[in-house]
Design a protein around this ligand. Structure first.
Ligand SMILES: [Zn+2]
Length: 136
């Protein structure tokens, strides 16, 4: 992290502070979404349970089924993301000196990257060579 022309390094305390705020905000947002999807899924299951098996093949029901699947996938992704936020917050508290360092090459993760993805464990180069979406 000392390429010529690179922005001066941001003090780690500031990076940590910003990451913590961002992580908490994201965690709250995800929790709300998951709660809502959970309630919708419960409502869906209740309605499906009430329907007689023939009526269930209608167009509206098919659409509802597609929505339910999309919601399930979003919920899975949301749970995963929430766990990443939690893990990042724990790392931030328990080993702040390692937070913001790449878990693979040990390099400092650019502060702009941490701003966008405070939960990341990889620097951009490692994330790209991993081919991991969003560079976990
Ligand atoms: Zn790296």
């Amino acid at each position: 992290m000392s390429e010529p022309g690179a922005a001066p390094p941001v003090p780690p305390e500031l990076v940590h502070e910003a990451a913590r705020a961002r992580l908490r905000q994201e965690r709250a947002r995800l929790s709300r979404s998951l709660e809502r999807w959970g309630a919708e899924a419960a409502e869906h299951r209740r309605r499906v349970g009430e329907r007689d098996p023939c009526a269930y093949r209608g167009e509206a029901a098919a659409r509802e089924e597609i929505e339910a699947e999309a919601r399930t996938r979003a919920t899975e992704r949301g749970c995963e993301a929430l766990q990443e936020m939690e893990a990042a917050l724990r790392r931030l508290e328990s080993e702040p000196e390692r937070f913001g360092r790449c878990g693979r090459c040990g390099d400092v993760i650019a502060s702009e990257r941490l701003e966008l993805l405070p939960q990341t464990r990889r620097c951009r180069a490692c994330a790209e060579s991993d081919g991991t979406a969003e560079g976990r």
